[in-house]
Design a binder for this molecule. Sequence first.
Ligand code: PRP
Ligand code: URA
Length: 213
Amino acid sequence: MDTGTHGVHLLQHPLIQHKLTLIRDNRTGVKEFRELTEEMSLLMAYEVTRDLPLHAVEVITPVAPARSWVIEGKKLAVVAILRAGLGMVPGITRLIPGAKVGHVGIYRDPETLEPMLYYCKLPADIHERDVVLVDPMLATGGSVARALDILKEKGARTIKTMCLIAAPEGIALVRRKHPDAEIYAAAVDERLNDHGYIVPGLGDAGDRLFGTK
Ligand code: PRP
Ligand code: URA
């Protein structure tokens, strides 16, 4: 893992980068796109959870007692930005089955690209949890910035944002509105086009994940 721009963690593990290439490919169909999103999310979660604190326990092996380590009673929540964030949840919950899952429904107004909030359901004890906020694409950054507003209003303890691809413009907006934001991405691409799509990106993540185009 490499921390390039302040607060941006570029996840350069070869498996993540290989899968990113496959997921960008316009020949990749819905089934494979879904599988790759899940696999990339699992691999990225491995990096995002790298600093979870451990505490020592004793476990009895078939041979002898052993001093060993378990993750401290930290409470995690995965919060998905609908729709496309849904595709990232299973990879993380496979790794952390006890994590609660929240949903924030946000879509971009097609004209203004402003984030429009239409749904929010978070774990009731979100104020006691460390949150991994997931959305495959961080484009203008409006959706993630709005979700961070909500999570902070609700008192989430810490928040890490995980996306597959980020645009420089979106990172700048999120960091301007939330200077403490920690963003984990597999790639930071060149720019946004006139329609607010990431170039080269991977297209519309929601449509590719759910086959709606
Ligand atoms: C996409 C994507 C992000 C958002 C990113 O969602 O999944 O949520 O755009 O763009 P931003 O950084 O400019 O806010 P979209 O609005 O297409 O909604 P959908 O997932 O419901 O299709
Ligand atoms: N949303 C997407 O799904 N893709 C982009 O490139 C930008 C926003």
